[in-house]
Design a protein around this ligand. Structure first.
Ligand code: NQM
Length: 387
């Protein structure tokens, strides 16, 4: 078992970390062995690393946005046929929340590069294939990255030709395949058993599709909310009337979905859909759930694609699914198109999914956590002791 490399440095604790971009998200990754075992202490440490709560996260490394207030914890897995366990942690700039309930397919893209960088995985081939369990929902994914050899040494290849919307430039592809994603947090793919439900919020009735194929979503027709669904992120963010409606609908829909009171939760995500305008299959705008996503989450895109291929869903009324057992569903979002790959069985149900992301190691070293956060009531005992 790996042992902790965190150590005391003056009146702070030095915590090894790597800052990684995973898809369109970014955050610090830690080896599980380096973090405190007790969850409440771990959560305090993560809040401190991020600088939350503060809108600018000025005393930490968070980026002032939910997409840059994320962390990853990675360690070897004890589950048979699984190589790594990954816990995704969603923090917020301006709240004291540390959530490990939902998945994040973007941060997931950085897990295998991080594992190779830190020696958890030893690459032996030009392509390294790893099975990762996201502990949040027991999501299993097969991830493959490029690990070429130069001068006898294998390394993670970050440069490449793959472009993903929402990230400048191109990079080496990270291919992710998911199986068995239905009902990640909700009870099953369609938690109410219906392809559409009528939910009343703020005195108005909305016809929505409540679905969870890796990410719980409320799929709504943009026009039902009084917008076109083609607005910019800024325009939607400034529309306080819309944001109030979306939040009222979220709280009501979550109860109908069996998710209970989600006032403090970052799910379900709220996805406005409209007919495609850029050659894709459907157009989307996503609230995650209070800020508007610059693009769309990975499992959110997989869940939209799943709804789109289901006859009678709200998504199917505005978008157009393709045909065949394997489909690449082009989901339009504010900064481009997300290609969600879905495999269908004979009944037309989605049984597997996938996508291509990119990731990059941005920085690594030590994050300094005030000693009293890790160890309340400590007395200074000197430098460089293991904790
Ligand atoms: O849905 C944002 C993201 C995500 C989650 C969010 C994600 C997913 O874009 O799998 O990746 O919805 O909070 O990182």
């Amino acid at each position: 078992m790996p042992t902790s490399s965190a150590h005391i440095s003056g009146d702070q604790t030095a915590l090894p970390f790597a800052l990684m971009r995973g898809g369109t998200s970014r955050g610090p990754f830690f080896l599980a062995a380096d973090l405190p075992e007790e969850q409440h202490v771990r959560d305090r440490v993560l809040l401190s690393c991020m600088g939350s709560p503060h809108p600018l996260q000025i005393d930490g490394i968070g980026g002032g946005h939910p997409l840059t207030s994320k962390a990853g914890i990675v360690g070897p897995s004890e589950v048979v046929d699984v190589d790594l366990d990954f816990t995704f942690v969603q923090l917020q700039p301006d709240a004291v929340t540390v959530q490990t309930t939902q998945n994040c397919g973007n941060m997931l893209a950085a897990v295998v590069p991080f594992a190779v960088e830190t020696g958890l995985i030893e690459p032996t081939e030009d392509t390294t294939d790893v099975v990762v369990r996201t502990t949040n929902t027991d999501l299993i994914s097969r991830i493959s990255i490029h690990t070429p050899q130069v001068d006898g040494q294998r390394f993670v290849q970050y440069s490449g030709q793959t472009e993903i919307a929402g990230v400048p430039g191109t990079a080496s592809p990270v291919n992710i395949r998911f199986v068995d994603t239905a009902g990640s947090i909700a009870e099953g793919l369609l938690p109410t058993g219906s392809i559409t439900d009528v939910v009343t919020a703020g005195g108005t009735q909305y016809t929505v599709t409540l679905i969870d194929n890796g990410q719980p979503l409320v799929i709504m027709r943009a026009e039902d909310l009084g917008v076109t669904g083609y607005e910019s992120v800024a325009a939607l963010s400034e529309n306080s009337e819309l944001k109030t409606c979306v939040e009222q609908l979220r709280l009501a829909a979550a109860e109908v979905m069996g998710l209970g009171d989600v006032t403090e939760a970052s799910y379900p995500k709220m996805t406005l859909v409209a007919p495609p305008v850029s050659g894709g299959a459907i157009s989307t705008r996503s609230f995650i759930p209070h800020r508007v996503h610059e693009s769309i989450g990975v499992l959110a895109a997989v869940t939209v694609a799943t709804a789109l291929v289901m006859e009678g869903s709200v998504a199917a009324t505005v978008g157009s699914a393709g045909s065949g057992r394997q489909q690449s569903v082009a989901i339009e979002h504010p900064t481009g198109i997300f290609e969600a790959l879905v495999d269908l069985n004979d009944d037309g149900a989605v049984v597997a999914s996938g996508n291509t992301r990119t990731a990059r190691l941005i920085s690594r070293g030590e994050l300094y956590v005030p000693r009293e956060i890790w160890d309340p009531g400590h007395e200074s005992t000197g430098l460089n002791h293991s904790v």
